[in-house]
Design a protein around this ligand. Sequence first.
Ligand code: ADP
Ligand code: MG
Ligand code: ZN
Length: 557
Amino acid sequence: MQDAAHRVLKQYFGYDEFRKGQGEIISCLLSGKDTVGIMPTGGGKSLCYQIPSLLLPGTTLVISPLISLMKDQVDALANAGIPATFINSSLSFSDGKKRLIQAAGGRYKLVYVAPERLEVPDFLQALERMDVSLVAVDEAHCISQWGHDFRPSYRLIADMIARFPRKPAVAALTATATPRVTDDICRLLHIPQTSVVVTGFARDNLKFQVIRGQNSDTYLNDYLKKNRDQPGIIYAATRKEVDRLCDRLRKDGFAAGKYHAGLSESERADSQERFLYDDLSVLVATNAFGMGINKSNVRYVIHYNMPRNIEAYYQEAGRAGRDGEKSDCILLFSPQDIRLQKFFIEQSEMDDTLKNEEYHKLEQMIGYCHTESCLQAYILRYFGEQNPEPCRHCGNCLDTREKADVTEAAQKVLSCVRRLRERYGKTMVAKVLAGAADQKIIQFKLDSLPTYGIMKDQTQRRIGEFIDFLTAEQYLAQQGGAYPTLMLTARSVPVLKGEARVLKKGAVRAAQLEVHNELFERLKKVRKELAQKEYVPPYIIFSDQSLREMSAVLPSE
Ligand code: ADP
Ligand code: MG
Ligand code: ZN
């Protein structure tokens, strides 16, 4: 069997070797075993069902939500001499019907259908007449409401499969599945947990980076200037932001286009097409620009705003470097993003359980933006990998700034959380530590706690960010929906006891901070005065490094 699969790989697709996971998934399917395949984006999931389709009798039915990609896939297969077709809402009623009749007659090896078709009883009846030996469920995470792109019609797949007189093999494929989503896929498609092939989620050619405490627009401009001719995607959270960024980039002479749900279908198709054929180098988009994109040479994906969770982030960022070449995945974090995402969740029509789940995922996303350990490893842990190795090339792995001892500050925060009996959230803890005097504090007599005001040399916002850091590094945990409470963790105990130290990069002690601040203010003034005289001597130009350091210790307004 394996030899036959190799032969098909070479003959139809022109490749010599299987990629990781492909061989295993294919031989499972050829022996009739239902299989879940979890491979990273660009890992080569399509071949996992396309090759078996050529070796098995009858037809392979492919369920895919990516209507815009079906035509490309089918054309590519046709070019390789493989009879394939698709049936979705882009066809007229009579065309759809015609293809269905041809498919039932055994004309195609592969038939791609959109899941919404399964809602049509006539369609299901026609399917039954097909000789289907393999059902491939692409983007299988769509079946789970814990995934980031739940499609109710995916729930009809199991019933559809049960209708065939001879049970076909089932392949469920996805790039983004948390353990919980994987469980759902297995349960809902009746695939045993032991038939899951995971090749890992790591994408070694991607360089992850989080930029914090810098002006996003300045950063973006500098980055784009350095990467002018490289194709890339910039994701922003709202249509308005997309419009604004795109206008600005065009004004600055970049070949920028935009994509969001507020544009007409033809405008969107136009942007996508022009980006695909490198007529546009930058595409500014909301998350509406999505699963359908199949451009392999995207060199960077920049998130202008923090997305709502790690799955969405990894999927969007993962559109970079599908050709395996080195690419950047940069997230520009600013604290307002948290408020915006909370607002989105609040406004959504999910029930409370789902909302709470979303809030929890958001906390993990915030953790990503504040961790100082390997970003790639953080993502892999999120997807359930045990003890992933640091990648050695992400922004955090390459950050060589010295670590400062912040144990004392950490102890202050942790003991405040304990004094508050783990009943309050981040904002309240920061307020108590900063010695704020708001109504709630007075009402609950929190100002009489021994930890009240013990960090009053710091702003509430700084303390909040420090709490985010402690959470990201698992010294604290957050629990509960929209207003999660801070809780101690196993890691906090030794810190409180003075048995473990907490280290933080780029941290500056309070005394240093004042000197910095004062110096910075004075230099700024001098520079301004000199600039007014149109004379900027070289010795007052701030180095990148000093600006970075100052913006790290200064509130960024
Ligand atoms: P996925 O669906 O996992 O994101 P695709 O199936 O679209 O990935 O494949 C991504 C790219 O990798 C395609 O261009 C495909 O032709 C290529 N590819 C797949 N398998 C192999 C292989 N064994 N050798 C070389 N290239 C491959
Ligand atoms: Mg795919
Ligand atoms: Zn790393």
